[in-house]
Every structure is written in C-alpha cells, then in structure tokens.
Design a protein around this ligand. Sequence first.
Ligand code: TXA
Ligand code: MG
Length: 373
Amino acid sequence: MEILSASDRDIEKAAAALAAGGLVAFPTETVYGLGADAFNLSALARIFEAKNRPRFDPLIIHIAELDSLSRIVDISSLDKTAEERLSLLSARLWPGPLTLILPKRAEVPELATAGLATAAVRFPSHPAALKLIRLSTGAVAAPSANPFGYLSPTRAEHVKAQLGEKVDFIIDGGKTSVGVESTVLDLSGSTPRILRPGGTSREAIESLIGPVEISAGAEDLNNPLADINETQASPAIPLSLRLSPGQLKSHYAPRTPLILHRRGELAVLPDALDSVRGESQSKDHGKNEGQSEGRGKNEGRLYFSLPAKGNSHPAERTRVLSETGDLREAAANLFDMLHELDGLGLSLIRAEEAPAGGLGEAINDRLRKAAAQ
Ligand code: TXA
Ligand code: MG
C-alpha cells in the first residue's frame, strides 16, 4: 500500500491502478471511499474481502459526468414522473452528497448491486474523486473505506489504520468536508423514499420534487439480516418492505460502547453517574481509588454543542461537535471525533443527540446506530 497526494501525477498513478483492477481509497466530500472498477468482477470481489462486507450489501457506483449515468441506469424503463425527478435532482443536487437508486442496466455486474434490480449512483463533488473517476473507468464502485459496521473514515489515516495493506493506494486529501455519507434516495418506486439520511437534507430534496417518504428502517426488526435475504429471494415483496443494509440497526459503530443521551441530558448528568468502574476494578488501584478519582475515569463525552454551564468533564476525553451548535460543522466533526474518542481506550462514550431537521437527521441516525448493540 502506498499513500499518495492529491496531485495530478499521483491521481494519474492511482487511476491507472484502478483501471487495471486495483483498489484505491480516495476522498469524497462525505467520507473516504474504497474504489474499484464497477465493471470488473474480481476488483469488486476484492472490495467485499477487504471490508469483510456481506455480499448482500450493494455498492454505490460513482460517476464524474452525467453522461455516464446511462451506462449504469436503464433510463428507458423510467416513467415520465421518475424521469422528471431524476432530471431535477441531478441538475440541482449533483455533484454532491446524494445517491440515487434507479433501475439498473443488465450490463452492471450483480456483484455491485447484490443481485438487486436497481443500482445506486452518485456524482461526488470532491475534485480528487472526480479526477480519479474520469482518468480511470468513469464508473467506480466505492463503499466507505472502513471494515463493515465500523465508523466511516474522514481522513486518510483512518483508512490506513483500518484497511492498511488490503488496498493498493490511498489518496490523501485531508479531512473530508461534509463528514457524513450521502443521502440514499430510492427513485425506483412510485413515491421517492429516503433509505439513509445523509449529507443532503430531506428539505433540499423536497423543495425540488415534493414530499418523500422516510424509510422506517430496520429498527423494529429483530433480525434485519434475515429480512434482507428473504427480500432478495422474493422479488414480489413490495418496495416499501425492502431494506437497504445501511438501515441495519447497528452500524457506523466505534469499538467502544456508546450511550446516546437526549439533548441537554449530558450537561446535567451528575458526576456520580459519570462512572464506569473500569480501571478501579483492577486490584492495583487499591481502595482509595474508589469514590472520587476512579469515577468516570474511563468515560468519554461527545457534546453536540458547548454546554451552557461549561464542561466539567476532563477536556482530553471531551469533544464538542460544534461549539456554536452549527449542524454542518457538527456533521463534519462527527466521525472524526468518534475516531478520536475510540482511540483513547475508554470503556464508554456518552454522546448527545443533535437537534432534529436538516443534517441533524443524518447525525442522529449515525449516533443511534453507533449506540445499538
Ligand atoms: O457518501 C457515501 O455515500 C460514501 C462515499 C464513499 O461515496 N459511500 C458509502 O457507501 O457510504 P456504503 O457502501 O458505505 O453505503 C452505501 C449504502 C448502503 O447502505 C447500501 O445498502 C445502499 O447504499 N445501497 C446501495 N445500493 C443499493 C440499492 N440498489 N438499493 C438500496 N440500497 C442500496
Ligand atoms: Mg459504509
């Protein structure tokens, strides 16, 4: 594995490797992706191996110009309404953090779409991503560049630490700007449906195409995996019951257990509750460790905004997504700060919800999934 810069020369080198069947991790405006030629079966298989990703979880195909859409999507099968929605959304919100689910062309490998009749397409806005896609094959399948179920990477270092030698090149474009993944919008049914809230707000989508449904997700299902398999085996199941694996109850999770608190709860959490015995259980620490010093020693906190009365929790184990409570800034910091807290060897992270609406939906979706066991 070699880390490359985002210079033209380095991207050319990575593009050549990608076109030849290699795996290249690259920055997008949302999170880092793990890219392979969308039409190369063995390269696609390497993505699943590197991520330890189940084969039933379909990939997003990234394009760098609108003309490439027709290589992936069967546009002739869209009715007039769907075609109108597609042209409005692609004209106004692409390039950007929006993934569209549309009927696929037969030529698109089943491995990329996990056997579904639809494909996920995204036109990212990050210049390094666009250059890499254009110079390689024009259609790059790329999931987030993390092991399945783990936090998504917002820096090249995260990819290196998590996937390392499993990839050929990592293009280092610094910290990503949006910080949460793209919004996944299913346009293949009669009513558009958000399968995963993300970097494009529901409000932005609805202002263009009118009301969209929000998928209830898999939260209520005891065994979402079983349901996905069943769904694929039976094409007769209505669209409304279809699941996107991004809807799995537990996903985007740090290795440290995480508890999600309602807004404001963290700031008033009594110190006495701020405790997990963790270190004080160890015999070495003796008796006097107990009451005060040992409490909360092993616990991290992730605030949405700066608590009004200030933070009394030790600074090195505290992160604030946005001091001023700005949703964009908070989303950009979410995975980054979770990565930091996860690297401290804590026994618990307490996080607080973001306010609802806009990017708050994506932040809260990721936090809920990080908290689910
Ligand atoms: O921002 C992003 O979308 C990032 C960057 C790298 O572009 N990519 C990303 O990919 O998050 P991934 O694989 O981690 O998540 C893709 C999501 C999954 O939840 C997958 O199940 C869903 O999109 N998906 C893909 N194809 C689908 C399809 N045909 N129908 C329904 N859901 C689909
Ligand atoms: Mg992912």
